[in-house]
Design a protein around this ligand. Structure first.
Ligand code: ADP
Length: 220
């Protein structure tokens, strides 16, 4: 079977971002074709990814030979060489790859990728910076803004949320957030139910409007 026929993703550019992405895809059971121009990088991911090839993605013929046009999903993880990123994305669009993700190193780069028609433009540094700001600021242990204004956070349960079944508290009304899961100090993560009684030290996962999530993360 050719790799493109199974559930697989092609990752172009195995720098820090592309390599981490490729390895995480592998860990979660997705086959990965990695492409990079750098021979040393290609060597080092040999055996780690399903397939690693040295090629220049700005050459349409090279991408065709690797059957990249047969992949449903391709990630352009070239960042610093903006020209290579744009050229590669443009070729992939021309080859009609159904879903293209591309990493942007800055706003202008991102705007060009979006104008080209790249389906998902990602801004890893901007997003990481924003995310870490919430971690630095508050008591949240992990934080994800799902979309502007709506967030998910992991935190140690505030004292006022403990001891009463969740369904009997007025958390939603008073704090505007939903506790969606919890992790007792000695147990695994579980979905929260109306009958769940949280104990001091439990970790919780809350979702809600960003400002409300932030406020809850500041509670003790
Ligand atoms: P990061 O910041 O995530 O490390 P970089 O932009 O520094 O990202 O790295 C991108 C990777 O993409 C490098 O390993 C580089 O060799 C590779 N690369 C750059 N241009 C091309 C290209 N035309 N074809 C394939 N790979 C490329």
């Amino acid at each position: 079977r050719r790799i493109a026929e199974v559930d697989s993703v092609a990752v172009i550019g195995l720098g820090r971002f592309g390599a981490a992405l490729a390895e995480e895809l592998m860990a979660s059971g997705t086959e990965v074709l990695g492409i990079d121009t750098d021979e040393e990088i290609v060597q080092s991911y040999n055996g780690v990814l399903t397939q690693v090839v040295r090629a220049d993605s700005t050459k349409e013929e090279a991408l065709r030979q690797l059957s990249v046009d047969q992949f449903d999903r391709v990630v352009v993880a070239i960042g610093h060489d903006v020209q290579a990123s744009i050229l590669t994305s443009s070729i992939l669009l021309q080859l009609k790859v159904p879903v293209i993700w591309a990493k942007a190193v800055g706003e202008q780069h991102g705007r060009i990728l979006e104008q080209l028609g790249v389906h998902h433009v990602i801004y890893p540094e901007r997003e990481m910076g924003r995310r870490v700001a919430h971690l630095v600021r508050g008591a949240a242990q992990d934080y994800l803004e799902i979309e502007v204004g709506y967030s998910l956070a992991k935190l140690v349960v505030p004292a006022s949320f403990t001891g009463t079944p969740l369904g009997a508290t007025d958390l939603r009304r008073k704090h505007g957030v939903t506790v969606s899961a919890f992790k007792p100090t000695d147990g695994a993560w579980r979905n929260a139910e109306n009958s769940t009684v949280l104990q001091p030290g439990d970790k919780i996962l809350i979702v809600g409007p960003t400002s409300r999530v932030e406020a809850v993360a500041q509670l003790r």
